[in-house]
Write a protein that binds this ligand. Structure first.
Ligand SMILES: Cc1cc2nc3c(=O)[nH]c(=O)nc-3n(C[C@H](O)[C@H](O)[C@H](O)COP(=O)(O)O)c2cc1C
Length: 325
């Protein structure tokens, strides 16, 4: 076991945390290293003011970064000591992370750690390859261990309702100038040197339709952008899942983010990727409807399809000096 110094381990954790998923790849975080502690802070300048006024998706994104840091500290041979929302007077301070006692990383941690940079968001249909039930069970347990609930939606009728609401939300958002401007702001043109936003290489130029169809975000917005891929056979919807929490405050949003990243990394280690469809959760009435009708009163935090894809995808991240205070 190589144990790096605590400081090196924290630096490795920050470096890796950048690869967490974030809404529109806004990467709404900064990290402050002081002594043997890292502070994870929300960068509210990167909040989506129209689609995420409450900052829920921002905190989910930061929660995903937090799970990544915990995983890397374990990989580096330390038990992570985490305090979530440690100071009510500093709302932007989301968590502090310190290396605790030395402990050898287990196989699962090594497996998760190997996926941090490899995991990618999928934005199309999946190949016609089933996701094993045993893996779904493990993903459900992974979410639970972080304080959230992952539910595979088994009823075709319920899947059809989720697809319809996603299409409805996408339709409404694409008619609304304020929503469109926000997507345009975070869509990265082909060849751009920007290190944030969704790159044109991150979605297909023409996604084959799944049945039922889950609308994609329109990152290309009237442009001929997107990767030219031959994915005609990839038309499976995959397994539709809901990530929910019992409460709906900042603490739960951070927990949902940690659960999300735990699920995504574990899925990725088994060759399964996720397509996110969170448009309906950005519209209060639809989110409340979903809570009552499909989530048994729990608060929906993410809508995801899980499946197998053989397409290589691309993403970008800001360099370390840009995210460290
Ligand atoms: C809270 C949250 C909501 C997201 N919503 C969507 C979505 O509706 N559609 C989509 O294509 N991607 C969505 N994403 C995925 C991000 O666009 C993606 O994580 C980011 O572009 C970085 O790319 P990568 O995940 O491939 O590294 C979401 C991610 C998070 C954390």
């Amino acid at each position: 076991m190589t144990v790096h110094t605590a400081k090196n381990a924290l630096e490795a954790a920050v470096e890796a945390a950048r690869w967490a998923p974030s809404v529109h790849n806004t990467q709404p975080w900064t990290f402050a290293l002081s002594g043997e502690e890292v502070s994870l802070k929300a960068d509210t300048d990167r909040k989506l003011r129209v689609s995420d006024a409450a900052g829920r998706e921002l905190l989910i994104s930061c929660g995903a970064a937090l799970f990544t840091m915990r995983t890397v500290l374990r990989l580096e041979g330390y038990q992570p000591l985490v305090r979530v929302l440690p100071d009510p007077d500093r709302p932007s301070l989301l968590a502090t992370v310190r290396p605790g006692r030395e402990a050898q990383a287990d196989d699962t941690t090594r497996m998760l750690g190997g996926e941090i940079e490899r995991r990618r968001t999928h934005r199309a249909g999946f190949a016609d390859v089933p996701v094993p039930d045993s893996l779904l069970d493990s993903l459900v347990r992974a979410a639970m261990s972080e304080g959230a609930t992952l539910t595979p939606v088994r009823s075709p009728d319920a899947v059809a309702v989720l697809a319809a609401l996603t299409r409805a939300a996408q339709g409404v958002q694409s008619q609304d100038r304020r929503f469109s401007l926000e997507v345009i702001r975070w869509a990265r043109p082909p060849g751009s040197s920007r290190t944030d936003g969704v790159p044109a290489e991150g979605y297909p130029r023409q996604a084959a339709r799944t049945e039922p169809h889950f609308a994609q975000r329109d990152y290309a917005w009237r442009h001929d952008w997107g990767a030219q891929t031959d994915q005609g056979a990839a038309t499976s919807t995959g397994v539709v899942t809901l990530l929910t929490t019992t409460g709906d405050g900042r603490q739960e949003w951070i927990a949902a983010g940690q659960a999300l990243q735990h699920v995504l990394l574990l899925a990725s280690a088994h060759g399964v990727s996720a397509a996110f469809h969170t448009q309906a959760l950005e519209m209060d009435l639809l989110r409340e409807f979903l809570r009552h009708e499909l989530c048994a009163g729990e608060h929906p935090q993410m809508i995801m399809r899980l499946g197998v894809s053989f397409e290589a995808k691309d993403s970008v991240r800001r360099p370390v000096p840009d995210v460290v205070e």
